[in-house]
Each structure stands twice: as structure tokens, then as C-alpha cells.
Design a protein around this ligand. Structure first.
Ligand code: SF4
Ligand code: SF4
Length: 270
């Protein structure tokens, strides 16, 4: 995202709209500007604000006169008075930022829609996580912090050494050059996104060690990490996951229980 230096009247309305704090007023130019290294191309500023099309020199003139006479001439707080926010034509690798940050665009760069998959929400028809297995979703960057792929790769590399299976249909996995080693494409490592989700599957017996690994690595990262763990219940509706989580000091609760009423898309390997 860029801000037209001709159109901007430095009202500052767009500053609190940016979840990354990437917009600032340049005191020398007296215009708003975007720190492009921090901007994740989420388009919250562009889409979240109403636009007026006032003539910029006229607005600046009125604001100067208003200052001189000690009254204010400010637009309503949700308005960019001069339509100064200008989306850029994004090319690779920057376009990855938008794919992971703007919920309204499909993952054109990865070929996969959304930040993650349906995870276990559709497990009763996909049989992705079977009895005796646990699915992990590891989310980076939310809320309001963002994450660079370089940080995410620190986690995926360590997970790979533990022998986890990365979900093939996940957007981050699709950007890996070597899932066996958890390596992400070199050319996107410096790209920053609003959030990204890594999805893995392990045997239930690995849950404690993987939780410890994630907790340890997350302390080294320059972002925030949230983790969800899921499994398949047995025929009685019971599961051994709660005891494993409690053993690691987490207070578990069933966030969701899904009943599969759809067409089975992948046969259970039972
Ligand atoms: S809302 Fe528009 S005019 Fe006001 S500071 Fe932001 S870009 Fe400039
Ligand atoms: S596109 Fe998003 S991150 Fe970039 S300046 Fe606008 S609100 Fe901030």
C-alpha cells in the first residue's frame, strides 16, 4: 500500500486503522506514509475507510486557515478526505503478503484458498486425523503482531527434525522447497504476513514432546504463536487427548465436536 503524497492532507485518520502500525505521519513532508517493510498488504486501510474526493490543496488551505484561527477542520474519523490510499500492483514475492493477510483474496500465490485448510472440521468425511493420531494447527502472528516467514521457518525446521507430517494442502506447506527438512522458499523468507498457519499430524504418543518443542521454539521467535490440537474420538466419544494436554500443564476443553453427516471423501485406513 502506498499513500499519494500529493493527495494526503495528513489528517491521521488511517493511522489507527492499520493493524501493523505501518502508517505514520512524516513530520518533514507533513504527509502520511507507509513503512513498506512492515505493511502486510491486508488492505484494511483501503477498504476500511470511506473516501471523499476533496481537492487536496483546498483542504490544506482550509486546515491552515483553521489553525490560524484556532479551530479544527478534520474529516470524520473513518474517512480519508482526499482518497489518498493507493494499492500497488503486487508482484512476487510481495504478493505472498496479501495472500496471507487479506481475507478477501484467494491464495493465488499458493494455489490454495484461505490461510489454512478445514483442519479437522471435516475430519469425519476426510479421515485426515485417524484414531491414535493428533492434528496440530500452529498459528503465527495473531492478533496484531504479524510474522515473517523467516520466523515461521525456525518452527518448521525444528518440527521437521521431530519427524512430523506437514499437511500437503496447507498454504505454508505449498511454499516449502523441502518439507522433509521444513525449508520454506528462500525468496519469501523476509516477507511479513498478518498471520499464517502451519498444520501437522503426529501420533498421539508424540503430543507431549511436540507441545514442548513448540513452546520452546516460540520463545525464540519474534512473533506470537497459538496452538490447537485435535484428535478423533473413539466409538464411545472418548479421547485420550485431554489427559495428554493436562499432563503438559494445559487446561483442555472441547472447543468443537464435529459429527460427520457428509459424503466420505477419503476411506479410513481401519
Ligand atoms: S486518511 Fe487519507 S488524508 Fe488522512 S492521513 Fe491517511 S492517507 Fe492522508
Ligand atoms: S495495507 Fe494493511 S498493513 Fe498495509 S498500510 Fe494498509 S492497513 Fe497497514
Amino acid at each position: 500500500m502506498r499513500i499519494s503524497q500529493y493527495r494526503c492532507v495528513a489528517c491521521g485518520n488511517c493511522i489507527p486503522v492499520c493493524p501493523m502500525g505501518a502508517i505514520y505521519i512524516d513530520p518533514v513532508r507533513n504527509r502520511a506514509a507507509v513503512n513498506e517493510d512492515e505493511c502486510v498488504e491486508c488492505y484494511a486501510c483501503f477498504r476500511g475507510m470511506s473516501k471523499e474526493h476533496l481537492f487536496p490543496p483546498m483542504v490544506r488551505g482550509i486546515r491552515r486557515v483553521a489553525r490560524a484561527f484556532r479551530f479544527r477542520f478534520d474529516p470524520e474519523p473513518d474517512i480519508c478526505p482526499t482518497d489518498a490510499l493507493v494499492p500497488q500492483e503486487l508482484s512476487w514475492p510481495r504478493i505472498v503478503r496479501r495472500a496471507f493477510s487479506d481475507p478477501q483474496v484467494p491464495h493465488e500465490s499458493t494455489g490454495i484458498h484461505g490461510r489454512g485448510t478445514a483442519e479437522v472440521k471435516t475430519n469425519d468425511v476426510t479421515h485426515r486425523v485417524k484414531e491414535g493420531e493428533a492434528g496440530f494447527v500452529i498459528e503465527f502472528g495473531r492478533p496484531g503482531v504479524g510474522a515473517r516467514f523467516r520466523e515461521i521457518q525456525k518452527m518448521t525446521r525444528r518440527l521437521a527434525t521431530a519427524g512430523v507430517e506437514f499437511e500437503k494442502n496447507n498454504p505454508v506447506t505449498s511454499l516449502m522447497t523441502d518439507p522433509g527438512r521444513g525449508l520454506i522458499r528462500e525468496d519469501i523468507l523476509n516477507e511479513k504476513v498478518l498471520s499464517a498457519i502451519v498444520e501437522i499430524k503426529v501420533g498421539l504418543e508424540q503430543v507431549p514432546s511436540i507441545l514442548r518443542l513448540i513452546r520452546g521454539v516460540s520463545r525464540e521467535l519474534d512473533t506470537v504463536v497459538a496452538v490447537g490440537v485435535s484428535t478423533r474420538c473413539d466409538s464411545q466419544g472418548d479421547d485420550p487427548l485431554a489427559a495428554l494436554l493436562e499432563g503438559e500443564g494445559y487446561a483442555p476443553y472441547r472447543g468443537k465436536t464435529n459429527l460427520g453427516l457428509g459424503r466420505i471423501t477419503r476411506q479410513a485406513a481401519v
